[in-house]
Design a protein around this ligand. Structure first.
Ligand SMILES: Nc1nc2c(ncn2[C@@H]2O[C@H](COP(=O)(O)OP(=O)(O)OP(=O)(O)O)[C@@H](O)[C@H]2O)c(=O)[nH]1
Ligand SMILES: [Mg+2]
Length: 392
């Protein structure tokens, strides 16, 4: 997004980023837009800012409604269990049917469209952990531009740990998938790990600019990045750059970060499919084989027992069982960590001062030639490992 914005506009965007009050933020965004010259190079940016304004407007409305006690749908679902998975799809694909098949949730299944109007959570057991499955209201074309409850639905997806993209095999599934992916794209949510991952965390005045670059800068130097950030008055922040990032990627992140959410595609109503095999291949080709497509039927129960494992695989997580020194058995409740986590990551999760007090750990694992093995903070953990940490 090479926009070449005038410096007043850049300065204004900094005011937007720093504003905490939604009404104030909205006013500043309007002022920002008036400072942006309108041409082809800025069209995308303007659309994006307008979308952010629409989200803010909704937020303000919702707050007002809650104050006056007029209720209205609630769009934030507190996370529970090992991960929160949001089920997205057009109406009538069977999102409620899936939720009732997999979880304890009570939700209405009906042949009428748009039955589910607010997010409904339920807990699903997978081996020894639980996933929270949340049915989102239906997506429609224009959801990302504020149609229906689209903005809240997409905010729900942004907040999730993973997504189920659900389509109906008896009703043009490829078109349905295209719709879902389009709306996600507009809302800057991607389902494939982007080349660059950039986060900008604003800090108080006087903090200074800290750029942490784990990865590679493409076509630019660290100095260029610093100059760009300074031109936007980003003087006090922690900027993390992962992967392969270009200057454009960093400019993009100043306006809105791209959220990466892993996803699987669930193709429901396999019992009604005319040519199941062919349809599944078509869907796989459509996403260039980058997302898993699982045919299921909520009616016959086909493949419902495979979903837990698919979710687990997509999340790229591992379970680690801790054991207190002297005890015989590990705790039955595992810690959930990202794949490739080390003993250090685990120690941090257990307690903030655990790392300083750490002496050594013992790990039991099937993959080790002998167990237990004495290890240090850098030891890489794997799913199923049992660990005993010795600390001062
Ligand atoms: N044949 C068949 N019908 C199904 C299947 N799954 C769901 N249905 C039917 O599809 C219709 C819609 O199901 P819901 O689960 O309510 O769909 P939804 O996606 O939650 O829809 P909304 O919340 O209204 O947007 C209902 O009539 C279900 O009985 C399936 O696997 N096979
Ligand atoms: Mg529903």
């Amino acid at each position: 997004m090479p926009t070449n914005l005038p410096s007043e506009a850049k300065r204004k965007w900094n005011e937007v980023s720093m504003a905490r009050n939604p009404t104030e933020k909205l006013r500043l965004m309007r002022e920002f837009l008036s400072l942006v010259p309108k041409h082809k190079g800025t069209a995308k940016l303007c659309a994006q800012v307008k979308r952010q304004m629409a989200i803010l407007r909704r937020e303000i409305e919702e707050k007002k409604r809650r104050k006056t006690g007029r209720g209205g749908p609630k769009f934030f679902v507190e996370k529970e269990g090992a991960a929160q998975i949001v089920v997205l799809g057009p109406t009538k694909v069977g999102r409620s049917s899936l939720l009732t098949s997999l979880t304890n949730a009570k939700v209405e299944v009906s042949s009428y469209p748009f039955t589910t109007r607010e997010p409904v959570p339920g807990m699903m057991l997978y081996q020894d952990i639980q996933f929270q499955i949340v049915e989102a209201p239906a997506l429609i074309e224009g959801s990302a531009d504020g149609e229906g409850w689209g903005l809240q639905t997409l905010a729900l997806a942004r907040n999730a740990d993973g997504l189920i993209l659900m389509v109906d095999l008896s009703n043009e599934p490829r078109k349905q998938l295209e719709l879902i992916l389009n709306e996600l794209d507009k809302a800057r949510i991607v389902t494939q790990k982007p080349k660059a991952q950039i986060s900008i965390e604003r800090k108080h005045m006087g903090f200074g600019l800290r750029i942490i670059c784990i990865g590679k800068l493409v076509d630019c130097t660290l100095k260029d990045v610093e100059n760009l950030l300074k031109s936007y008055r980003v003087n006090d922040a922690i900027v993390k750059i992962q992967g392969e990032a270009s200057l454009d990627d960093i400019e993009d992140a100043i306006f809105e970060s791209t959220a990466y959410r892993p996803a699987i595609i669930i193709a429901n109503k396999a019992d009604l499919a005319v040519n199941l095999q062919k349809q599944i291949i078509e869907l796989q080709n459509f996403v260039k084989g980058k997302l898993n497509v699982i045919p299921i039927s909520c009616k016959t129960g086909l493949n419902l027992d495979k979903i837990g494992e698919e979710i687990f695989k997509m999340l790229d997580i591992i379970r680690v069982y801790t054991k207190e020194p002297g005890r015989k058995n590990p705790s039955p409740k595992p810690f959930i960590l990202k794949r490739d986590s080390t003993v250090l990551d685990l120690a941090r999760q257990i307690h903030s001062d655990f790392v300083e007090r750490f002496m050594f750990a013992r790990v039991w694992s099937k993959r080790l030639t002998f167990s237990p093995q004495k290890v240090g903070l850098n030891f890489k953990l794997e799913d199923g490992d049992i660990i005993e940490i010795h600390a001062r």
